[in-house]
Design a protein around this ligand. Structure first.
Ligand SMILES: C[S@@+](CC[C@H](N)C(=O)[O-])C[C@H]1O[C@@H](n2cnc3c(N)ncnc32)[C@H](O)[C@@H]1O
Length: 399
């Protein structure tokens, strides 16, 4: 099948803006213009910059494999202790030194490592966070699965259910409100451990962005292993906390919460938000990296259930990575677009789309909270100001 099927083109935009854009297209694709722009003192800096950007795009798959190679050799943790020579690193790596040097020099070029003398390497500015945060290293290793799925991007787009990533997330198969099929408990443990190790950044972002002392009880829906409720319990001793997740995850969270001596502060509620009632009594519900895993119908149903479970004046804080978070498409977007496609049921939404979904569910005054690192999560806060008439329950179909 040809990649490009003839289609009826949508009505063309008109006006001077469109005509100008078409003229720029013609200039940018003209070989003569390209030669001139590459030589002219006025434009050659731009041509040079765009050539580099395009080269980096073409080579990006090599860059991420350099990163994976360094993670697998535990280089960042080792070099955080002290710089190492090439021969020292080669010793445990079972890679000939001459070949290993290509990895290390590539990592220097990518600012993951730094040269600290001839054939001697230390941490680079982009390597330092990898030395400190196991969560980033875990995600780099986990991305090897997505990398395999992206081997043929069009095959993935045509048949996302065939992605290996899909098997990582058993709940993405059950978006119709039916009971969870019995997935092996180690599948729940595996994804929950990954989420817990990458949640630290989101937790810091949320703690810095909202004053939780003005709440009495917080319910975290889809709370994973409970890292967020435990962080809240430690920071706010007067707050009472509830946690809800699927039964196998809830059991794991309960064990972690008990191990941290916080069982008296945090109630665990096993259940599915797609077909069980949400626990009552919270004046703030948090939804952290949950909505993007689910299709619109499931998110509508969940947001409405949260609205119903809150008292008047209660609030919802939704935090997750969002598309076009600074108002325009940006380089983190493709990762989440493809990750969520391969995962199986959700999608990356813009802040405006999520605000619209929250408003439709009855929340008012929905607004963005300021954050430092939207690449980890952007945050939206909305309030329930009045009760809504009860809705007949709607079925949730996979979109
Ligand atoms: C991407 S993880 C995020 C976990 C945690 N909030 C975090 O940020 O690390 C999504 C969580 O939603 C939970 N979840 C998915 N479907 C659910 C459902 N129907 N009912 C309750 N929890 C669900 C998953 O078990 C998982 O813990």
């Amino acid at each position: 099948m040809s990649a490009l099927q003839p289609v009826n083109p949508p009505a063309a935009a008109s006006g001077w803006g469109e005509r100008w854009a078409r003229q720029v297209d013609r200039w940018m694709t003209s070989p003569a213009m390209g030669r001139w722009a590459g030589r002219s003192i006025l434009t050659r800096w731009l041509v040079k910059r765009r050539s580099r950007q395009l080269f980096d795009l073409m080579a990006g798959f090599v860059h991420s494999q350099v990163l994976l190679g360094c993670v697998r050799l535990e280089l960042f943790q080792r070099l955080a202790q002290r710089p190492h020579s090439l021969d020292e690193i080669a010793l445990g790596a079972r890679v000939p030194a001459a070949h290993l040097q290509r990895l290390l020099d590539s990592a220097v070029a990518l600012q993951l490592l730094e040269r600290r003398g001839p054939q001697r390497y230390g941490l680079g500015p982009l390597g330092a966070p990898l030395a400190v945060h196991a969560g980033i290293r875990d995600m780099v290793e986990h991305n090897a699965t997505l990398y395999r799925d992206l081997h043929d991007p069009l095959a993935l787009l045509r048949d996302p259910d065939g992605a290996q990533m899909h098997a990582w997330w058993p709940y993405t198969d059950h978006q119709d409100g039916s009971a969870q099929a019995p997935a092996a408990s180690d599948q729940f443990a595996r994804y929950s451990a990954l989420m817990a190790s990458s949640q630290r950044f989101v937790i810091d972002e949320m703690l810095d962005s909202h004053d939780f002392s003005r709440h009495r009880t917080v319910l975290d829906v889809g709370g994973g292993l409970g890292g967020w409720v435990c962080a809240l319990a430690r920071r706010y001793p007067a707050l009472s906390l509830m946690h809800m997740d699927l039964p196998p995850v809830s059991q794991l969270a309960r064990e972690r919460i008990e191990a941290q001596g916080l069982a008296g502060r945090i109630e665990c509620h096993p259940g599915s938000f797609l077909h069980d009632a949400l626990p009552q009594g919270a004046d703030l519900v948090t939804l952290v990296r949950v909505a993007h895993d689910h299709p619109d119908a499931a998110v509508r149903r969940l947001l409405r259930a949260i609205h119903d479970a809150l008292p008047e004046g209660g609030e919802l804080l939704l935090a997750e990575p969002m598309a076009e978070v600074d108002g325009r498409p940006a380089t983190p977007d493709p990762y989440f677009h493809f990750y969520l496609l391969a995962m199986g049921s959700g999608r990356l939404r813009t802040p405006a789309e999520l605000m619209q979904l929250m408003t439709e569910a009855g929340f008012e005054g929905v607004r963005r909270l300021p954050g430092h690192q939207p690449v980890h999560a952007a945050m939206l806060l909305g309030q329930k100001t009045r009760c809504l008439p009860l809705e007949p329950s709607t079925s949730v179909n996979k979109e």
